[in-house]
Design a protein around this ligand. Sequence first.
Ligand SMILES: Nc1ncnc2c1ncn2[C@@H]1O[C@H](COP(=O)(O)OP(=O)(O)OP(=O)(O)O)[C@@H](O)[C@H]1O
Length: 345
Amino acid sequence: MRIQLDNIVKTFDTFRAVHGVSLDIASGELVALLGPSGSGKTTILRMVAGLEFADDGTIHFGDQDATGIPVRDRGVGFVFQHYALFPHMTLAENIAFGMTTARAKKRSRQEIDARVEELLGLVRLKGLGGRFPSQISGGQRQRVALARALAVDPKVLLLDEPFGALDAKVRRDLRKWLREIHDQLGITTLFVTHDQEEALDLADRVVILNEGKIVQEASPTDICRSPNSAFVMRFLGDTNVFTAEVAGGVVLKGAASLEASGVPDGPAEVFFRPSDASWSSSEDDGISVTVNRVMDRPGERNLLVSTPTGDHFEVRVPSMTDVEQGQKGSIRIANHRVFPVAAGA
Ligand SMILES: Nc1ncnc2c1ncn2[C@@H]1O[C@H](COP(=O)(O)OP(=O)(O)OP(=O)(O)O)[C@@H](O)[C@H]1O
């Protein structure tokens, strides 16, 4: 089912939480809404669900205008961060719940039992249908929550930080699992997260929000290779930054000349990731630096370095690199982005 949001606006009292968001989600696509806290992700998801109504703009499900259709008639399945499983029901009863309500398509007891078994298999919990939610782990509960959402054959799946309360390792495992389920079922899915890695690992397309507006939407590859603003560059993860003057499409820094084609002459910010710079013990090789600290990690070393002009950078080098605190040398930047600094900013 294709979902189209056209110029959606939502204001709470006087606070505008969503400013004219337009988004076209293809049938079968998995789209992640990614942004800092308060950027409007949940509000957009709730409007797609029909739990909240837009003040302006339209939402289409396929050819149908769904803007004013209430949640129970939209055919959406949800999973939220906090497991809303019924504690007094077994896992099988939880999964069957939506199939037994008055609005559900009529199924015989046998059909319901067969569907529950099928879903328990899909979420890899075969044989555990008789347990209660308190008798399984947090990750397993979220798998049951997904099975319950899928039980009513939703046209659209909406997931709001479904793994937010789980530890990092379980989250990573569930991410891979969710992507496999998505590939198997092909249900159009909108996934809200503030975790960059989760969005990049899972989604076909990542939509980055800031202050209720879309600031960039692209495939994970394009988002990582071509962040379109200083905000996206910073938001996506560890980055170094220094201010400089662009002149004739070039930034000069120490002995290094960095390309800035297309950037207007004037003040700019230059960004590079710690893994996009290399270290050399020769001092006249790029940007001269002093190593202030060496931090070892499995498989790599993080160097905290400073330039004679007072910039502080972090550089990631292979774990076997011979380098010591206090050593002088230089760094070369292999990949960088330059964004103009707006006047008055
Ligand atoms: N019912 C409400 N009444 C008033 N303000 C609200 C309401 N719901 C959300 N907001 C405000 O709208 C803005 C966007 O909220 P939203 O929950 O959509 O953000 P979010 O990106 O999902 O954040 P988080 O990652 O923290 O959940 C926030 O400033 C929030 O305080």
